[in-house]
Design a protein around this ligand. Structure first.
Ligand code: KG4
Ligand code: ZN
Length: 374
């Protein structure tokens, strides 16, 4: 059942966009309809690959790419039929063209190009991160500008979202993304992947104070973050427990998860406060924080940010859980905003493994030799 905010009526020129997503381990297709800031989801099909990667403790790019290639046409067909639409009824085809695992992105782009060539419909390449960042405009019609914490398996950054193609990065992780740390934690503790939901579930029975994990960069100004030390600290704490007891009990596991999650919550809360302070210097009237990305599905993180915003007199919005994790509705919507700007791509559209939202922001440390991933 879609949330009520998604079922509103169209205003202005109504566009219908087919969205396609395949940048990580979810194959998605969706049809959305409406106008900029006032669109609704007609269908949103997500075919996850969790079971395909389960034995490997993480997403295997080659397996992901093959599965996307096998499933894309099925999810597109399902999305069209569930929305009561045919390809002839859509105004454009929007596809994630980066950043992401390149084999999967290529599979999606090839599928979209084939559909565009066959139907004569315009093609739009969409930045996956823009899809996440614009989700609050799809779900709640949030007005520009707003502050966004984009926090997922591969990314963690604070952005001022000014327009569909205009983002300023205020700061972000200098090493790992929190989702990656959640996934690693789950792997180290023998929990299933993706690790975020598993760690959150197990942490409910744990004591967050038993293990003290680091909160790096907390005392530093600005809103950069670091999560790689947290992973290492968790590994050490787990190994210390194993050495002491020759194993990890369910209670140990719960306490480790709770301690880990509490550290992530503290870092995100403190750095969000700093990001809001930076934003306040520019725009003190009616500030709004939106969170998006898979980790934004985490209950304690959402609650901490909501409470922070209440205390700071900042409006807060978080998309429904199904629209926090990867999906094609957000890609369709970001495509709709680009389409409304008059943007069109053609058959030269290429898949980009790296594609920062803010090209003017300095690449973060640890972003690799090939430059900033995002
Ligand atoms: O946005 P997303 O679906 O994919 C990208 O990374 O782009 O995010 C997936 C990440 C995974 O690392 C997963 O463990 C994490 O989001 N995640 C969570 C939760 N649900 C998903 N992390 C913490 N708590 C959750 N409830
Ligand atoms: Zn994502």
């Amino acid at each position: 059942m879609l949330p009520a905010t998604l079922l509103g009526c169209n205003v202005g020129a109504s566009l219908r966009i087919l969205g396609i997503e395949s940048s990580c381990d979810d194959t998605g297709a969706a049809v959305i309809e409406g106008d900029v800031g006032a669109a609704k989801i007609l269908s949103n099909i997500v075919f996850g690959q969790t079971e395909l990667h389960a034995d490997f403790g993480g997403v295997v790019p080659e397996i992901a790419a093959r599965a996307h290639a096998e499933r894309l046409d099925h999810v597109v067909r399902s999305a069209l039929s569930e929305s009561g639409t045919t390809l002839a009824d859509v105004d454009a085809i929007a596809v994630t063209s980066g950043p992401g695992l390149i084999g999967g992105v290529v599979a999606g782009v090839m599928c979209a190009k084939g559909l565009a060539a066959g139907s004569g419909k315009p093609l739009l390449g969409v930045n996956h991160l823009a899809g996440h960042a614009l989700t609050p405009r799809l779900t709640d019609g949030v007005a520009y500008p707003f502050v966004m914490l984009l926090v997922s398996g591969g990314h963690c950054q604070f952005l001022i979202v000014r327009g569909p193609e205009e983002f300023n990065r205020l700061g972000g992780t200098i090493d790992d993304a929190p989702g990656e740390a959640f996934d690693k934690t789950a792997k180290l503790l023998g929990l299933e992947q993706p690790g975020g939901p598993a760690v959150e579930r197990v942490a409910r029975d744990g004591n967050p104070k038993r293990f003290t994990f680091p909160r790096p960069l907390l005392a530093q100004p600005g809103c950069d973050m670091s999560f790689s030390g947290l992973k290492t600290a968790l590994l050490r704490a787990r190994d210390a427990v194993i050495e002491e007891k020759s194993g990890v009990t369910p209670q140990d596991r719960a306490d480790l998860c709770a301690g880990f999650q509490a550290a992530v919550v503290d870092v995100l809360r403190a750095k969000t406060k700093q990001a809001l302070n930076i934003y306040a210097e520019e725009n003190a009237s009616a500030p709004l924080l939106a969170v998006a990305g898979g980790v934004a599905a985490n209950g304690p993180i959402r609650e901490a940010l909501q409470t922070l915003c209440r205390d700071q007199n900042v409006a807060f919005t978080a998309p429904p859980l199904a629209l926090c994790t990867d999906n094609a509705a957000m890609i369709g919507y970001a495509g709709l905003e680009r389409f409304a700007l008059g943007r069109r791509d053609d058959m030269t559209l290429s898949a980009r493994p790296r594609w920062p939202l803010d090209p003017n922001a300095a690449p973060m440390l640890g972003s690799g030799k090939k430059g900033a991933k995002a």
